[in-house]
Design a binder for this molecule. Structure first.
Ligand SMILES: [Zn+2]
Length: 437
């Protein structure tokens, strides 16, 4: 992974915002440097995608009443990292946040009202759900990302041990914890127990790195990712078997035929579709090993796993339109019913149909069709789907067995209050995709 830090760009970024928000020039410069570093974390989709990941900086400021305060500037939820602006930081009372450490099991509603109470500057934005994690780590700068290379090592049976083999004591590994209070206390506990480590990796989630300066911490993230990439490259390789070759022209032709039928089966109306048919995608979905994308293990997680895997069409695309149309409609309806039944059993009812639909529909001779309520949402689903394919393939090719995040967490991620509030302000569909499941 390329280190994108560029001193000239940094200066340009800083001078663009200088003098606009902060009084003390040194403090301002530090905050703006961290804001610039945030744009770099957002610039590589193998690090963060579509608002995932977040950053923070701790500084002393003088509040509106003229009192000196320890402040945490933390990324607001749902704001884009690649287009990050300094005003996307929410300014919080750091001492107040640290005081929440004693509130074991703090729930989302209480956390949200505490966050409101602890804001030091007026804003309508909600601080990241991971803000407590930033507050609890005793370092000036904290960067959190979801690096694909590390997920390729850990989203498998024995993945945590493999990561330890790769990094030794340089990186602490902690099991997945629910975002919010649980995650914050798991990570801070891991920091406390692993003195001298340069970061913590949360299994099935992402990387947290800290230090004194924006540049140093960004560099460390890139270094960790590069080390993970080298480790992956050194593992024994078992390439997927080659299947039928499908030309781009054939895939496009089939897409033109199936797209209107897919659109109709998804309920018609304002649905944007996007076709993934790059050579690596076609190679994978046509491989005899494509079962890694289509057959979730028959465990209690099955319906939830079905939900995050594409819906597979086993039908001859040369058939008549009516036949094809009713096949696709039946497949989508079956998916919606199964998923709705599952949610019903979990006590979630009255889900809008759009929440029950598959996110991607695959036919080996067409590609993967991803959809969203608008073009941006469809593109986001496309990016997450592409990444999920790439992670599963890398795990398979390095001899591993893919392991999904436990069902209770997947469920939690998609159906909990704070996340859904966040979703209301942006694309609904993209928020339903687990960032690193
Ligand atoms: Zn995260």
């Amino acid at each position: 992974m390329k280190n994108l830090w560029n001193d000239t760009d940094e200066q340009t970024y800083i001078s663009r915002y200088r003098g606009k928000y902060y009084t003390h020039p040194d403090t301002e410069k530090e905050i703006l440097r961290q804001a610039y570093a945030t744009t770099l974390l957002g610039a590589d989709s193998a690090l963060t995608m579509h608002g995932g990941g977040n950053t923070s900086i701790k500084v002393n400021i003088v509040d509106e009443a003229g009192k000196e305060k320890h402040a945490l500037y933390v990324k607001a939820t749902g704001t884009p990292l690649n287009l990050f602006e300094p005003e996307y930081f929410v300014v919080m009372d750091l001492d107040g946040l640290e005081g929440l450490k004693s509130r074991v099991g703090l729930d989302d509603a209480d956390m949200a009202s505490e966050f409101k109470r602890l804001r030091l500057a007026r804003t309508d934005r909600l601080p990241s759900i991971e803000s407590l994690m930033h507050a609890f780590i005793p370092a000036k700068i904290v960067d959190h990302s979801h690096p694909e290379a590390l997920l390729k090592i850990t989203n498998r049976a024995g993945g945590a041990d493999l990561l330890t083999e790769c990094f030794g004591k340089d990186l602490a590994v902690t099991p997945y914890a629910r975002m919010g209070y649980d995650l914050a206390s798991a990570v801070s506990e891991s920091v406390r127990r692993n003195v001298g480590c340069g970061g913590v990796f949360i299994v099935h989630h992402g990387l947290v790195v800290w230090g004194d300066g924006a540049r140093e911490v960004y560099d460390l993230t890139i270094e960790i990712v590069n080390r993970a990439e080298r480790f992956l490259a050194s593992m024994p390789s078992k390439p997927i078997r080659r299947g039928a070759e499908v030309s781009a022209a054939e895939s496009e032709r089939n897409y033109q035929k199936a797209a209107p039928l897919i659109r109709e089966a998804l309920g018609g109306g304002d649905v944007s579709l996007i076709l993934l048919n790059a050579p690596d995608v076609m190679e994978l979905i046509n491989s005899p090993d494509a079962s890694i994308l289509r057959n979730p293990p028959l465990t209690p997680d099955y319906p939830m796993l079905r939900r995050i895997l594409p819906l597979w069409l086993d039908v001859d695309l040369h058939g008549g339109i009516d036949e094809l149309s009713s096949y696709i409609k039946a497949a989508v309806d079956k998916h919606v019913k199964e998923y709705g039944d599952y949610l019903g059993k979990r006590g979630v009812s009255d889900q809008p149909i759009i929440d029950l639909l598959p996110k991607a529909i695959v036919h080996p001779r067409m590609g993967a069709v991803c959809f969203g309520t608008d073009e941006a949402a469809a593109a986001a689903v496309g990016d997450f789907t592409r990444q999920a394919f790439s992670i599963r393939r890398a795990i398979f090719e390095s001899g591993g067995v893919y392991r999904c995040l436990a069902e209770e967490y997947l469920f939690d991620m998609q159906y909990r209050g704070y996340q859904r509030d966040k979703a209301a302000g942006e694309s609904k569909i993209k928020s339903q995709l687990p960032p690193s499941a």
